[in-house]
Design a protein around this ligand. Structure first.
Ligand code: SF4
Ligand code: SF4
Length: 403
């Protein structure tokens, strides 16, 4: 007798619960005073686990997005539609709302109850999506006090309507009709991608009970071979295991790398895509670790280079400094001293609040410019006490002709 194995649906259910908790819970997690993961629309900042990335730094987001895209390609290449079957929020929510499918065959009272429940779930899911843009710590109090903005209300209503129509009516048809990822997967598969299939060597053992067909949410007959509409939910695999275990046998449907299990995990495509994934991952990590979180530009000052009565030369600059960190910084300004008579107007550390921008006028004076002519390159450096920040910008110190 074959011992009952752990059903895939149990494992998928556990994965789904974990995912639902994460999706709804992450917006409530705060790191360094900001959401763990949120794109803040008013300030155009992306908060990522303690880091805040501003629009000026979107190069980092671009590289991270390329890494993520390649990672998805890699996972799809190796594990096929594992995302669809195990992780996609669409699949998870549909798995958690089987009562909507049952409602089609039941009376009006059940239908009303099921659609009301689906509507309430849609409201919560839509709100959870908005929390990735508007913090729930603002959203919920604003909702309670009637201060939720009209734009947020608008998004919430539209999102709720779309999610409700999807969950109530489209359901698994979404995967086969609308989902762009599902449409792209065909080009990411190769001969060794993980699939769910009827073991061809044991096909003759099939007792034609049609359980695999009847449980399939997308109405596929797995016995007819691979189908692009298959979402890898493994319901047919569980069903066949249940049937065949009663016959004292293993199920006929299985996970296999490549059709007929003839694929190899380690193949050329695996290495080519894998190398790109690693390169972009390393590049993303490097960009994040090398990031200072300070945007520093030296701008021209309206005052031109000029002499003072005592014969000194003064050049003026505007230091535009933006603190993109989540904590305040105290920055020292230092000017390259090309001779011992150079002095500067900012000598104390400059305090810039978290997320703040300052425009600091800086006057550089040279008491004795004898022997100097034209424009001289000087370097202006911003640094903090620990030298974690050390940014240098080069500019010109102008020595007027009649010195
Ligand atoms: S064929 Fe099997 S794995 Fe694919 S969608 Fe249908 S039940 Fe799920
Ligand atoms: S569940 Fe298994 S035995 Fe039954 S029809 Fe499908 S493949 Fe054949």
């Amino acid at each position: 007798m074959i011992r009952n194995s752990v059903r895939i649906r149990t494992l998928r259910r556990i994965a789904g619960i974990i995912q639902a908790v994460l999706i709804i819970g992450i917006p409530f997690v705060r790191i360094k005073g900001e959401s763990a993961f949120r794109f803040d629309i008013p300030t155009l900042r992306l908060h990522v686990f303690g880091y805040s990335i501003w629009m000026q730094e979107f190069f980092i987001v671009l590289i991270a997005t390329i890494f993520l895209t390649l990672f998805i390609v890699f996972i799809t290449l190796v594990f096929g539609r594992v995302w669809c079957g195990w992780l996609c929020p669409q699949t998870v929510l549909i798995d958690f709302t089987p009562f909507v499918d049952k409602a089609k065959k039941k009376g009006i009272a059940y239908k009303l109850l099921a659609f009301t429940a689906a509507f309430v779930i849609s409201i919560v899911v839509a709100a959870a999506l908005i929390w990735y843009f508007v913090s729930p710590y603002e959203f919920i109090p604003d909702l309670m006090t009637g201060n939720l903005g009209s734009t947020t209300w608008g998004f919430w209503i539209v999102m709720t309507a779309i999610i409700f129509l999807n969950y109530a009516f489209l359901r698994h048809k979404w995967c086969a009709t609308v989902c762009p990822y599902a449409k792209l997967q065909g080009v990411m598969f190769d001969q060794s991608t993980l699939v769910i299939e009827l073991d061809p060597k044991r096909a003759t053992e099939c007792i034609n009970c049609k359980r695999c067909e009847n449980v399939c949410p997308t109405n596929i007959n797995i016995r007819e071979g691979l189908n692009a509409a298959c979402i890898n939910c493994a319901a047919c695999l569980d069903a066949c295991n249940e049937v065949m275990e009663q016959q004292g046998k293993k199920g006929l449907i299985r996970y296999a790398f490549g059709t007929a299990g003839e694929g190899r995990i380690l193949r050329q495509n695996f290495f080519i895509v894998g190398v790109f994934v690693i390169v972009f991952f390393v590049f993303s990590v490097y960009l994040m670790s090398a990031r200072t979180g300070i945007d520093f530009t030296v701008l021209p000052h309206p005052m031109e280079a000029r002499f003072t009565k005592d014969g000194s030369i003064i050049n003026a600059y505007v230091l535009s400094v933006k603190n993109m960190r989540n904590e305040p910084v105290d920055l020292r300004v230092s000017v390259e001293r090309f001779n011992e008579t150079v002095s500067q107007s900012i000598n104390e550390p400059v305090h810039i609040v978290a997320g703040g921008r300052d425009r600091l006028p800086l006057f550089v004076r040279v008491k004795d410019a004898s022997g100097l002519k034209g424009a001289r390159k000087i370097r202006i450096t911003l640094s903090d006490k620990n030298k974690n920040i050390n940014l240098t910008r080069e500019t010109n110190f102008i020595i007027p002709d009649d010195v």
